[in-house]
Design a protein around this ligand. Structure first.
Ligand SMILES: [Zn+2]
Ligand SMILES: [Zn+2]
Length: 579
């Protein structure tokens, strides 16, 4: 219709063209908005008001220094990056919206970044309500033509807000005034797997520096690095400590899972049953795919990937054992060491949880939601059915916890808090704290109080305890001390240098040579080489060095060394990897 109006002819001419076979008419689904929210007048809380004022002040061009001293805002008057640390339900989105509104009123443009479009429908819906056609939404499902159209609309000023996932940070906004990064701690903001390897936060800060734009990083559980910078004056800290709707925070309970065989403890089972009786809804989180891992009954070995040396995941339905890093697959059941077919299944993933829920509560409506259902495009339908109450219980990985607001959910179970805690990465504690906080944010958003059950084999672990108490500051203090003692960010920058070669020994030898040279240059502590994950990729073996870089110049030193050794074709460098 749009096209016909532009060329100035009617539908009849189009039909004639189609009959002549010159054009084809196809039906395409319209871009759908899954969530609607009526615009309502919202009175800001005192905290929201203060935060907004600070941001607006930064957005307002300062009068010339002669008229007014620059220091009027105090020591941090010049800082244009804000960390908006707001507890769950404290109304961060409203602050983003008003800040955008201000930028637009002053003839500016804004970029708003979210970790995952399909899982943050409510935030998008609110922006649509406020700004209508002024926004251009970016997601990975856009066709090239659609993306180009959005690009054009932003460039010529027809659209004023680009809202989307990490690539939207590159949206062409000639009048850029404001960049908002919601859930700034999310690891999806780092592009780790392909070139260019970048973190959205770094790109945002650079763009802001070049254009004079203001940056707002928002989170209920900021990354340790961002909170550190906010406390030391590089960013300005804005805090929202008050809930918009004065509901009670959920009660959080830790359940000891040592010596437990089932995934659901008797307490969690009883609580689920009780909610089902009351017609309330339940979310169960489990951050592990598949059924379980397998251990040989005869030789007691965990069945591992021969390349990556990581436990293989059992997929019961497919009768397969699979490596989640390199995709190595083994037919079930079989021990790789001794050939025995008797395996014991330990630990559990979403597939096993699904079966257990089905066995325990055979008559309820429940669905599983994880990366697989998102890939199949079922997530929108599942979320909608859950919202309407057709589904009573939702089982899924952490991703379903992003920005969802279901007032009838009164129980959230973290089936295992240990999946992240036991992960060999210095951010394991941070990720665990975030998982628990996110879960807590999903429980009891309506009138009825919410409850969170944390199941763990480490009930005395300090991180679990602090997360259960929802004490971010104490957690930060604990974590920053650890990072300083062990030399992790923000005190260093982690750089992964991966060497790959068809010949296994050669890859290892080159990695060692690289290590020697780097140590001579004193750029920081060099650890490894260790097997990279995945270890085998496109027929090559990969060895990895971990550098704890002490200064910004280390990156340059790494590349110089790589070039000297003529390894540029076989080396990848990843700064600040997010596992
Ligand atoms: Zn593997
Ligand atoms: Zn065996």
């Amino acid at each position: 219709r749009e096209l016909l109006a532009r060329v100035g002819c009617g539908a009849g001419s189009l039909r004639a063209l189609a009959q002549a076979g010159l054009v084809a008419i196809t039906k395409k689904p319209r871009e759908r908005i899954e969530f609607h929210e009526a615009p309502k007048v919202i009175t800001l809380t005192a905290g929201q008001q203060r935060a907004l004022e600070a941001i607006v002040q930064a957005l307002t061009p300062a009068p010339s220094p002669i008229d007014e001293p620059r220091e009027r805002g105090g020591r941090q008057a010049g800082v244009r990056t804000f960390l908006l640390h707001g507890i769950n339900n404290s109304g961060k989105t409203e602050v983003y919206i008003r800040a955008c509104q201000h930028a637009l009123e002053h003839n500016g443009q804004a970029i708003v970044l979210v970790p995952e479009i399909s899982l943050t429908p409510q935030l998008i819906a609110r922006f649509r309500n406020y700004f209508g056609a002024k926004i251009a939404v970016y997601h990975s499902g856009l066709t090239d033509a659609e993306r180009a159209r959005h690009w054009q609309r932003l460039k010529n000023g027809e659209a004023q807000i680009a809202i989307g996932v990490r690539a939207a940070i590159f949206a062409p906004c000639p009048k850029l005034k404001l960049i908002v990064i919601d859930e700034e701690h999310e690891s999806t903001y780092k592009q780790d797997d392909t070139v260019p390897r970048y973190h959205v936060r770094d790109v945002a800060l650079k763009r802001a520096q070049l254009t004079g734009a203001t940056v707002v990083l928002g989170s209920a559980t900021p990354s340790i690095e961002s909170y550190f910078h906010a406390r030391h004056g590089r960013y300005r800290l804005l805090e929202l400590t008050e809930r918009v709707v004065p509901t009670q925070p959920p009660t959080i309970k830790i359940i000891d899972m040592r010596d437990r065989k089932n995934l659901l403890s008797p307490i969690l089972r009883a609580k689920i049953e009780q909610r089902l009786k009351n017609n309330e809804q339940i979310i169960l989180f489990l951050n592990r795919l598949g059924y379980s891992i397998a251990i040989c009954r005869r030789c007691r070995q965990t069945v591992k990937c021969p390349h990556c040396q990581i436990a293989l995941t059992v997929y019961m339905h497919e009768q397969e054992l699979r490596c989640r890093y390199c995709g190595y697959t083994l037919k079930m059941p079989r021990c790789r060491s001794c050939g025995s077919t008797e395996l014991v299944f330990e630990g559990g993933g979403t597939e096993r949880l699904e079966l257990e829920v089905h066995k325990t509560f055979p008559h309820i409506n429940f669905r599983r939601m994880d990366s697989e259902s998102v890939r199949r495009g079922e997530h929108a339908a599942i979320l909608e059915a859950f919202r309407q109450g057709q589904i009573q219980l939702l089982v899924g990985t952490q991703m379903i916890g992003l920005g969802l607001d279901f007032p009838n959910v009164t129980l959230v179970g973290i089936v295992s808090a240990d999946t992240l805690l036991d992960f060999p990465d210095f951010r394991a504690g941070e990720r665990t704290f975030q998982l628990i906080s996110q879960a807590a944010g999903r429980a009891g958003r309506g009138e009825r109080p919410g409850e969170v059950i944390i199941q763990t084999r480490h009930p005395d672990n300090e991180i679990i305890q602090l997360a259960a108490a929802q004490d971010y500051r104490a957690f930060y203090k604990h974590e920053i001390a650890l990072r300083e003692a062990l030399g992790y960010p923000p005190f260093t920058t982690i750089i992964f240098v991966t060497v790959e070669h068809r010949n296994e020994a050669k890859a290892h030898e080159q990695a060692n040579r690289l290590k020697e040279r780097l140590e001579v240059r004193k750029v920081g502590e060099v650890l490894g080489p260790a097997r990279a994950l995945p270890y085998r990729l496109r027929g090559r073996s990969r060895w990895q060095l971990m550098l704890k870089a002490l200064s910004e110049s280390a990156q340059k030193a790494v590349w110089e060394t790589v070039t000297e050794l003529k390894l540029a074709d076989s080396v990848t460098v990843n700064v600040d990897p997010q596992l």
